[in-house]
Design a protein around this ligand. Structure first.
Ligand code: SUG
Length: 415
């Protein structure tokens, strides 16, 4: 049976605040803070536990080898000799944000009725540009079944940031849907990370039958929406978006209604929640999920509850007749401080769980085992002036190895 499975990136042992992402206001503001990798990873596990308790199917993606010595070797150096900036770029735990791992077109949407995944090249940010080879290796393991087609990255210079700029609307998960590819344009002070050329290439290679290409508004990029999933999220036949998310909104909504007449658009007006508050609260970086009862839940970060205008809007929506029937609040503050909310931490795949390598699927008992490894091996904290410390690097490398061994995903250890 085709169902939606959320694959969360397990937050890696090198999680730290190096301020590497220009245009990501939280990450820039928190540069230099002392990070708590163990707390961070346990927050991520708790979020997954909560989703399982809601009756949702849950998978994992794994922390990458960090520092990325292969990438450094390609730059003719190694970790000990690298500059402080290169060290931070090689050590980043950014693969935790699984929404940026790949773009996924579920089987009902594609010409050959296979589920297509294209690994994201993430070329805009140096610290993320070297994620794709290991992500691809993980995807090829998890989705080796012929029900899937796993594609390599779109070639540079066309930036692709994966599912963070891709939404799918469909009457049901297992019915044909319309896929929305949101791209940015230069013009704001911050880089547009998703290029239209990349989105179009992916839609072509996946054989997507109904695709819309929509430009992100310049004001949202300028306000810090470095990915569309900071200002919009979709599930089933519901699009939940900020009024200022898209450049040519009227045309987009008209095209969307033509493609999916039953679509329900829930728009938050700027007069009630300004772009800045939407981005600070990460209201839209929520998981919008259909529960087994058929009801839709919005899984928001604690930061959304802390802002009165945001929380009031949400409560009014629930009290009214809107399609979102339930609110869940999760604490992923360590990730949030780097600009990654509940939605950033997961990659959605619609598939039959029986076609997925079971090592990448989790239940509550497996999460307990993972949490025990994190509690034992993940560093309690990392300060920026420790990035050059060989003892820290040993701890980070050993922690990942312990996790992969426990999960028996040993193919990735010395890939
Ligand atoms: O790419 N932060 C990530 C956050 C990604 C959020 N993902 C989605 N919106 N889907 C980024 O900007 C900060 C790392 C640092 O600065 O050290 C970082 O990479």
């Amino acid at each position: 049976m085709q169902t939606e499975i959320n694959f969360d990136g397990i937050i890696g042992p090198s999680h730290n605040y190096a301020g590497l992402s220009h245009g990501n206001l939280a990450a820039t503001k928190n540069r230099g803070l002392v990070a708590r990798p163990r707390t961070a990873a346990l927050e991520g596990v708790a979020k997954m536990r909560g989703n399982i308790a809601l009756g949702l199917a849950q998978g994992i993606l794994l922390p990458h080898a960090r520092p990325d010595q292969r990438w450094l070797a390609g730059l003719a150096t190694d970790y000990s000799a690298a500059s402080p900036l290169l060290k931070a770029q090689a050590l980043s735990a950014s693969p935790m944000w699984a929404a940026n791992a790949a773009t996924v077109s579920p089987a009902p949407d594609t010409l050959d009725r296979r589920c297509h995944l294209t690994v994201a090249n993430l070329v805009t940010m140096p610290h993320r540009s070297h994620e794709w080879p290991e992500t691809l290796a993980q995807l090829r393991l998890a989705f080796a079944h012929p029900a899937f087609a796993v594609h390599g990255p779109v070639p540079a210079p066309f930036g692709d940031e994966g599912a963070a700029n891709h939404m799918r609307l469909a009457p049901a998960h297992d019915a044909p849907g319309v896929e929305i590819f949101v791209y940015g344009d230069a013009g704001s002070p911050f880089p547009a990370r998703q290029h239209r050329e990349a989105s179009e290439a992916i839609a072509r290679s996946h054989g997507v039958q109904q695709a819309l290409f929509v430009r992100q508004s310049e004001e949202s990029i300028a306000a810090g929406a470095f990915h569309n999933d900071v200002v919009a999220v979709a599930n089933g036949r519901v699009l939940f978006a900020h009024e200022q998310a898209f450049a040519d909104k009227d045309r987009f909504y008209t095209d969307l209604r033509a493609a999916l007449p039953q679509v329900e658009i829930v728009e938050v007006p700027a007069s009630q929640i300004g772009l800045e508050d939407a981005i600070r609260s990460y209201l839209f970086n929520a998981q919008l999920a259909t529960l087994p009862s058929g009801e839709m839940a919005l899984i928001v970060p604690v930061e959304a509850r802390a802002m009165p205008n945001v929380w009031n809007w949400l409560e009014a929506h629930i009290a009214g007749n809107g399609p979102i029937r339930r609110l869940e609040v999760v604490d992923v503050r360590q990730s949030m401080a780097n600009g990654g909310g509940p939605a950033c931490l997961r990659l959605r795949v619609v598939a039959d769980p029986a076609t997925i390598d079971p090592r990448f699927l989790v239940d509550a008992a497996k999460l307990d085992r993972i949490a025990a490894i994190i509690a034992r091996h993940w560093p309690e904290q990392i300060a920026q002036d420790e990035l050059g410390d060989p003892a820290l690097i040993r701890t980070v490398e050993e922690a990942r190895r312990a996790l992969l061994e426990a999960l028996e995903i040993v193919e990735l250890i010395d890939r």
